[in-house]
Design a protein around this ligand. Structure first.
Ligand code: 5RP
Length: 252
């Protein structure tokens, strides 16, 4: 039977097969152990972060946490946090946060990340870049040797104006890595996906890894038309990884 393990357990017995969602929940609950009353918290976006948001709401309702202020990284998380009873604010009022908890799409051995397959990379980067501590929560399928080298999307948020021009320039930047740039659509639709900021997302797919990450980041950000990319370099302070054999905590 699946799911018989308590999500607060940190060492699942190897005979229990956990779903990916149960592993996400275990990582999220572990991260919420870092939350203390009085903190200003960055609230991440996605199917892993939503477990952390729900848990924070639960602890507030139980009176085990108090005086929490949440800064959501997307409209979706804003809605969820409100429904969980978490008091919310923004970066204008709280430019320095104590802690942020969020998922990731890829994590390399140096704790560099790819984020944004859920489309919230800009607000995530703004909020998580303003945190004293950034705890990333993943199941072990997200671990990679080189970010951007998995053949999966590396998202870039761009302005809609002449998006084909910007997509072409992004693709040309990484021609040596066999890069293909594709405009993201809403699921099962031919309409361009719109971010919370009214922008488009171009997903970059690499045949070979993109080489020096800092150089790649700088080159992308130099292109007019680009708003932000999904490489989160040197930002995570802790990564919590849940796998069948238990939870691993990696610190920077
Ligand atoms: C959204 C993100 C998410 O954190 C990332 O896509 C991971 O999502 P999930 O927890 O659903 O696997 O960056 O922009």
């Amino acid at each position: 039977e699946k799911g018989i393990l308590s999500p607060t357990s940190s060492s699942p017995p190897s005979s229990v097969v956990l779903t990916q969602d149960e592993l996400k929940k275990i990582a999220a609950y572990k991260a919420v152990e870092y939350v203390e009353s009085g903190m200003v918290l960055g609230l991440g976006t996605g199917s892993t972060a939503k477990h952390a948001v729900a848990r924070i709401g639960e602890l507030l309702r139980q009176g085990k946490l108090s005086n929490i202020v949440g800064i959501p990284t997307s409209k979706m998380t804003h809605e969820q946090a409100l429904s969980c009873g978490i008091p919310l604010s923004d970066l204008d009022s709280h430019p320095v946060l104590d802690l942020a908890i969020d998922g990731a799409d890829e994590v390399d051995p140096f704790l560099n990340l790819v984020k944004g397959r859920g489309g919230s990379l800009l607000r995530e980067k703004m909020v998580e870049g303003a945190c004293k501590k950034f705890v990333v929560i993943v199941d072990d399928s997200k671990l990679v040797e080189h970010i951007g080298g998995s053949g999966l999307a590396m998202p870039v948020e761009i302005v809609p104006f002449c998006w084909k021009f910007t997509a072409q320039r992004l693709q040309s930047l990484f021609a040596d890595s066999g890069c293909v740039a594709k405009l993201r659509n809403f699921p099962a639709s031919d309409q361009p996906f719109l971010t919370d900021n009214g922008n488009y997302i171009v997903d970059l797919y690499f045949k070979k890894d993109m080489g020096d990450l800092k150089a790649a980041s700088d080159a992308i950000l130099r292109l007019a038309g680009v708003v932000e990319h999904g490489m989160f370099l040197d930002m995570a302070t802790t990564v919590i990884v849940a796998g069948e054999l238990g939870v691993t905590v990696k610190n920077k």
